[in-house]
Write a protein that binds this ligand. Structure first.
Ligand code: IMP
Length: 180
């Protein structure tokens, strides 16, 4: 088993590149079936989702589709609901489009919760969510429950395959779990 040390923590390989490929394929197969005859627009959430998205969209077959990117950060001010800050705003109209948000991981669901509201406000016909990883035990926003999940994970910190630790280790070809 491969291991890596980062920021003073020890990580062990959890999902191998082969296992990730199976998970991505399973997600793509479901999207291919659900969107037959439609023209979805994938909204890829930067930075973390770019690796998963690159693999996923190349498994989308028989469907005309487009991709666009957004970069957001959630922060809490005085209000407990939080607000979404657009660091890279949407470059493309989502009005009347069947949108699929692509995320690396859904944790509390705050990012997806707010992004969905934003996209609906812009007139999207439908908004669904595809994520490589989902932490169901951490979900705080029920409407952020993802429609397409590569792999579920309990409350553990993971890195690699786009997921970073303070900006580093996104380049790892596998997903690693922190060793307690
Ligand atoms: P949420 O808005 O609470 O669902 O948080 C989603 C974001 O938190 C992800 O896009 C990641 O940037 C970050 N995140 C949550 N869990 C992890 C993890 O285990 N490793 C790396 N980043 C994580």
């Amino acid at each position: 088993m491969r291991t890596i040390d980062e920021h003073g923590y020890h990580f062990e390989e959890w999902l191998t590149p082969a296992r990730i490929a199976e998970d991505v394929e399973q997600v793509a197969d479901r999207i291919n079936a659900d969107y037959a005859g439609k023209e979805p627009l994938f909204v890829i959430v930067l930075n973390g989702a770019f690796v998963f998205a690159a693999d996923l969209i190349r498994k989308i077959e028989g469907i005309r589709c487009e991709q666009t990117f957004i970069r957001v950060s959630s922060y809490f001010g005085m209000s407990s609901t939080g607000q979404l800050q657009f660091i890279v705003p949407l470059q493309q109209s989502v009005a009347q489009r069947d949108v699929i948000i692509v995320e690396d991981i859904v944790d509390s669901g705050l990012t997806v919760h707010q992004l969905k509201a934003h996209l609906r406000g812009l007139g999207a016909a439908s908004v669904k969510v595809a994520t490589m990883l989902f932490k169901p035990n951490k979900l705080e926003y029920e409407d952020a429950r993802p429609d397409y999940v590569g792999h579920e994970i309990s409350d553990e910190f993971v890195i690699g395959y786009g997921l970073d630790f303070d900006g580093y280790v996104r380049n790892l070809d596998a997903i690693y779990k922190v060793k307690k």
